[in-house]
Design a protein. Structure first.
Length: 149
C-alpha cells in the first residue's frame, strides 16, 4: 500500500472534522489552514468524501463540512480505500481488485504480500478517526508539558 497525497490529505481533513465534531459545519478555509492542505485540492477531496457518504456539507455564511457519522464510527481504512483503492501492495493479493497471476499457487512472495496486506488492513480497519484524534491530543498535551519545563 502506498498512501497518496490525496489519501494523506483526506485523512488529515477527517481528523480535523473529528476534532470539531458536534460543533457545526467547518469552513473549508479553516480545514485547509489548520491542516496545511491546499484549498483547491481539499475541495476535490471533500467532494469525494461527500459522495462516498463520510462528510456532509452546508451552504451559506455559516456553512462548511462536517462528519456524517461520529468519528468513532469511521475507520481510517474506509477513507484510504475511497482515496487510494485497495490496501494490498500488489493486485494478486487484493480482495477488492484481485488480478490472477500465473505464479499464484507457488509464489512465496505472494504469501509475504498477503501477510502485509492482512496486517495493514487489520490495523487500519480497527483504527477510527476518534482513535487518531486521541493520539493527536496526547501528543499536544506532552508538548505543552515540555514547554512548561
Amino acid at each position: 500500500m502506498r498512501l497518496s497525497t490525496k489519501g494523506e490529505y483526506a485523512s488529515r481533513a477527517m481528523v480535523e472534522l473529528a476534532a470539531r465534531y458536534g460543533h457545526g459545519p467547518v469552513p473549508i478555509k479553516i480545514i485547509a489552514l489548520s491542516q496545511a492542505i491546499p484549498q483547491q485540492f481539499l475541495e476535490q477531496i471533500l467532494l469525494l468524501l461527500k459522495r462516498s457518504g463520510y462528510v456532509k456539507s452546508k451552504k451559506g455564511p455559516n456553512g462548511g463540512y462536517y462528519l456524517s457519522r461520529p468519528p468513532e464510527q469511521i475507520t481510517v481504512a474506509e477513507v484510504i480505500r475511497v482515496m487510494d483503492g485497495p490496501l494490498a501492495p500488489i493486485n494478486c493479493v487484493s480482495v477488492i481488485e484481485h488480478e490472477p497471476c500465473p505464479l499464484e499457487d507457488r509464489c512465496g512472495l505472494r504469501l509475504l504480500w498477503k501477510e502485509v496486506r492482512d496486517m495493514v488492513a487489520e490495523h487500519l480497519e480497527k483504527t477510527t478517526f476518534e482513535d487518531v484524534l486521541k493520539r493527536q491530543q496526547l501528543i499536544n498535551r506532552k508538548q505543552i508539558k515540555e514547554k512548561k519545563k
